[in-house]
Design a protein around this ligand. Structure first.
Ligand SMILES: Nc1ncnc2c1ncn2[C@@H]1O[C@H](COP(=O)(O)OP(=O)(O)OP(=O)(O)O)[C@@H](O)[C@H]1O
Ligand SMILES: [Mg+2]
Length: 365
């Protein structure tokens, strides 16, 4: 196991007018034995980051450390890091057993030990019954496990996974999520897992690092990302359906501040603490965010709106509503029958009202 530290890491592909700044000033610590997911939309720099950790891509500037060792200039084979990709890359003419043992074979490990390690890994990944089969005869999920096993068998100090579940169907994905989580618990390896799927990231990782446009936006556990998103991007990206946003103007009344939505008859109350932070921050326009699950249907609620659509999704429904120009969504029980044009009211807990700087989009706390 190793602690992984990225210090001011930059990746720039190409040069001049064709230069792409794929990773910008990235600072990230992954504790020894920790499971961190790198999450972000396509093209935000996730794979580039992984490839620099593994050593498959040069670092344009900055440094990477495994524990106290600077690995920035080391070849991949000298870093003791293993990587599994979304494509399985198994040898079709080798049995599962031979595929697993191959990384040990090339390192001159004795056949007895190869057998023993392969059996242990197979046990861990539930692939013992297929050890004698050939990859083309296996399902996608089985091939994925063999590929993971082959990466794990070297006993790396850092284990890197890039979108390893994107080829799996929903059922297999669920099984793999469960297996990976168990694997991490059993092996206690330092793991970095890349995905653009927030469900995977939040289900698996101890902490999630959210990237956008080459820049790390926030690193935090599930609760932090949900309840204290660092900025509008994180509030919007994490959570389904995404956070509702409103442009607002503050109205001060003694020590309390209310946020009045522009172009609608909606007002949000703030906690004392948020009001104090807004006061210190200053300004006359802000963005308010509130999550759809934090809006509660309530006849006595402050927020009135007209229903546009009531979407039934099985275990819950999404009410899309409007008040003048402001449209927003609320997560409600599937028993709610309110249809288009009916009037509804919502209440909320002021602690769930997030206030962001209108320009920088940073959370005001
Ligand atoms: N070898 C390369 N040469 C030039 N540009 C590259 C190269 N590899 C990646 N890029 C660019 O760098 C940026 C980040 O790419 P990267 O593959 O790291 O994104 P990603 O977050 O892994 O995306 P995805 O979710 O689609 O896999 C993109 O704009 C991409 O086009
Ligand atoms: Mg990628």
């Amino acid at each position: 196991m190793a602690h992984v530290a990225l210090k001011n890491v930059n990746k720039i592909y190409g040069s001049g007018t064709r230069a792409v700044h794929a990773v910008q000033d990235l600072n990230l610590d992954v504790e020894s034995g920790e499971f961190v997911a790198l999450l972000g939309p396509s093209g935000c720099g996730k794979t580039s980051t992984l490839r620099m950790i593994v050593g498959l891509e040069s670092i344009s500037s900055g440094d990477i450390f495994f524990d106290d060792r600077r690995v920035s200039d080391l070849e991949p084979q000298d870093r003791n890091v293993a990587m599994a990709f979304e494509t399985y890359a198994l040898y079709p003419n080798f049995t599962v057993w031979e595929n697993l043992a191959f990384p040990l074979e090339v390192r001159g490990v004795s056949e007895v030990e190869q057998r023993q390690r392969a059996n242990e890994i197979a046990e861990l990944l539930h692939i013992t019954p297929i050890l004698d089969q050939y990859p083309p005869n296996l399902s996608g999920g089985q091939q994925q496990r063999v590929s993971l096993g082959r990466a794990l068998i070297r006993d790396p100090s850092v284990f890197i996974l890039d979108e390893v579940m994107s080829h799996l169907d929903a059922h297999l994905k669920f099984q793999m999520l469960f297996d990976l989580k168990r694997l991490h618990r059993d092996l206690k390896r330092t793991m970095v897992y890349v995905t653009h799927d927030q469900v995977e990231a939040l289900a698996l990782a101890d902490r999630v690092a959210v990237m956008s446009n080459a820049v790390l936006q926030q690193v935090g556990d599930r609760n932090t990302l949900y309840n204290r998103p660092a900025n509008v991007f994180v509030a919007d990206f994490i959570g389904e359906p995404p956070t509702n946003f409103f442009t607002v103007e503050p109205a001060q009344n003694g020590d309390s501040i209310k946020m009045i939505v522009t172009n609608a008859d909606l007002t949000f109350a703030l906690t004392e603490q948020t009001a104090a932070a807004v006061k210190v921050h200053g300004g006359n326009r802000f963005t308010v965010g509130i999550r759809p699950q934090n809006l509660h249907l309530d006849d006595k609620g402050d927020l009135q709106a007209e229903v546009l659509i009531n979407e039934y999704l099985g275990e819950r429904s999404i009410l899309s509503v409007a008040n003048s120009q402001a449209k927003f969504r609320a997560l409600v029980s599937p028993d709610v029958t309110a249809g288009p044009h009916s009037s509804v009211r919502f209440s909320y807990d002021p602690a769930d009202v997030l206030v962001f700087d209108e320009k920088t989009e940073a959370l005001i706390v």
